[in-house]
Design a protein around this ligand. Structure first.
Ligand SMILES: *Cc1c(COP(=O)(O)O)cnc(C)c1O
Length: 247
């Protein structure tokens, strides 16, 4: 229904129609995953990861119902944030160097990818300077893959005393990236993150609340929903078939 005929008779779609259609397909898959898991769609926040698309594609998302946008590189986040309407709720989902904290913090609603104690402390200090709180997720390498980013599951309990010494930051949950394997094989990684979140929740008091799980990407988001995800970070499944730099 989103496709129209070109003059030559070939079926073409404008990139906006394609985007609309991709979102509808994702929403349909989400509805079914929620039904299987006995969950409500309202428990999930769909975050559109715009790192592979042009500014005008990202700019079309809010009117299509997606106003939570994310970038993995700080420089790209601040480039797009400058050009997009202020209603966009930006999130950083990739590594943040401490020398970029001051520039990133005023632009973002939350940070999914806090991966070191020093970054936690820098964010806390800068949030104090700005007089605001900042909700963050701790990134955990829950799959055990060789990867630089994220705390190991074993490191997470030792963060409790560190977190108790912070004043402005709100730890809202955990984030992970599953390996790019058959989705069912990601289930154990997601379950492990959930267990870790539950453990940590019993040690932390407000303003920390550990209610969120940022997990699930294009390859594996339905399994993540079944395992309790509350933030899904989707890129390629939303932007499939959309030219890199369309008119
Ligand atoms: C790129 C990226 C995503 C989105 O990945 P897709 O497979 O395109 O959905 C999610 N999370 C992080 C941290 C990313 O870097």
């Amino acid at each position: 229904m989103f496709y129209k005929m070109s003059q030559g008779g070939a079926v073409v779609a404008s990139w906006r129609d394609r985007l609309k259609n991709n979102i509808a397909v994702v929403e349909d898959r989400l509805a079914r995953a929620c039904a299987r898991a006995g969950r409500n769609r309202g428990e999930l926040t769909l975050v559109a990861v715009t790192k592979t698309v042009a500014v005008n594609v990202a700019a079309a998302l809010p009117e299509l119902g997606l106003d939570h946008l994310a970038e993995s590189r700080p420089q790209e986040l601040w480039r797009k944030a400058e050009l997009l309407p202020a209603e966009v709720r930006w999130q950083l989902i990739g590594h943040l160097q401490r020398n970029k904290v001051a520039r990133v913090l005023p632009l973002v609603e939350r940070i999914h990818s806090v991966d070191s104690v020093r970054l936690l402390q820098s964010l806390d200090q800068e949030a104090g300077r700005l007089g605001r709180s900042i909700p963050v997720f701790l990134e955990v390498n829950a799959s055990g893959e060789e990867r630089k980013q994220g705390f190991t599951p074993e490191e997470v309990p030792a963060l409790v005393p560190v977190i108790k010494g912070l004043g402005q930051i709100q730890i809202k949950g955990l984030m992970t990236m599953a390996p790019l394997v058959e989705p069912q094989k990601c289930r154990a990684t997601f379950a492990r993150l959930r267990d870790l979140r539950d453990q940590l929740a019993s040690y932390l008091a407000p303003p920390h609340d550990m209610t969120e799980l940022s997990m699930g990407m294009s390859n594996d988001f339905e399994v993540a929903v079944e395992e309790g995800a509350t933030f899904l970070r989707l890129g390629s499944v939303l932007f499939e078939g959309i030219p890199h730099d369309p008119d």
